[in-house]
Design a protein around this ligand. Structure first.
Ligand code: PBG
Length: 300
């Protein structure tokens, strides 16, 4: 359990708990209920949580991503005040905050790398100011790590860590997440900034570049379709390595279990084990509670 990071979805308000149709057993929670959930996750030995926001408004450049009173910022402040010894991570990306659903600022019908970086800096500073321990940029913009590191250092957030998504393949397995946060692109796809799954050497190069730019941890996703990449990057880099068992990987197992085809908790356990075996030091997974069901009876 101490290697697992749990994704949580934050909405504004109080006492709000909305179920997510595409992600069984996961909810959109207001900051007060996020605190309760994190208290529970801590009690079962979870290492950290990663927060994704559902903002009160969206616009073309995602300005709600850096407002102090939005749900994520509130939840981080509350968590840092109340729950100790659990790592609070926050997603840094614009797709949840833009009207078009892309991960960056649009120019000429495509995401513009450098104007996106300027917005990501504002979001990163706002999340660091709220108290996030780790920032996890997931937008796949070139130069993200060096750009955020210098902005954070200049503002005095030298201890805020960066876990960059080094490898994020353009994958069909993100669909349930996009329904959860309403971030399905309104036009086009993400193939101009996410990686081609056919390409492995690019993935290794990107992980090395992120290390050189000053990342503190590296992330690879989706996890199960990328076991070979996890293993190769583990051999060729030295930073702590995380892998993300994404929404589609989890939902697929849950749906098969619901139909009586497989034992869901056992399948989650087996997949997490294989991700670990491939070389992941940490795993972001929606299956933490399934894993707990297995490990509490057989804790090795
Ligand atoms: C982008 C982001 C995505 C996920 C995490 N960060 C979606 C995407 O690239 O479309 C997917 C995670 C999952 O599927 O669980 N901000």
């Amino acid at each position: 359990m101490s290697h697992i990071i749990v994704p949580l979805f934050v909405v504004q308000g109080e006492g709000v708990k909305q179920s997510i149709q595409t992600l069984p057993n996961h909810y959109r929670l207001s900051p007060d209920l996020i605190v309760e959930e994190v208290q529970y996750l801590k009690s079962i030995g979870i290492f950290g949580v990663i927060l994704f926001g559902l903002p009160t408004y969206k616009d073309p450049t995602g300005t709600s991503s850096y407002q102090e009173e939005e749900g994520v910022q509130q939840a981080i402040r509350l968590l840092k005040q109340t729950v100790k010894e659990i790592i609070v991570m926050a997603d840094v990306c614009l797709c949840e905050y833009t009207t078009h659903g892309h991960c960056g600022v649009i120019q000429n019908q495509d995401v513009d790398n450098d104007s996106t970086l300027a917005e990501l800096q504002k979001q990163a500073l706002s999340l660091a100011k709220a108290g996030a321990d780790v920032l996890a940029p997931s937008g796949m913009m070139d130069g993200t790590v060096s750009c955020l590191r210098s902005a954070l250092d200049e503002a005095g957030f030298t201890n805020t860590l960066i876990m960059n998504y080094s490898v994020k393949y353009a994958s069909s397995f993100y669909a349930p997440f996009r329904s959860a946060v309403d971030s399905t692109p309104r036009f086009g796809d993400r193939k101009t900034y996410q990686m081609d799954p056919a390409n492995s050497r690019e993935a290794i190069r990107k992980a090395i570049v992120d290390s050189e730019e000053g990342a503190d941890m590296l992330m690879i996703k989706p996890a199960l379709p990328s076991l070979d990449i996890i293993a190769k990057i583990k051999e060729r880099t030295t930073l702590p390595l995380a892998a993300y068992q994404v929404s589609g990987e989890y939902a697929m197992i849950k749906q098969a279990a619901k139909e009586g085809l497989i034992d869901g908790s056992a399948a989650i356990y087996e997949t997490l084990l294989s991700i670990k075996r491939a070389g992941a030091d940490m795993i972001v997974s929606y299956g933490a509670k399934d894993l707990y069901q297995i490990l509490k009876h057989d804790p090795y």
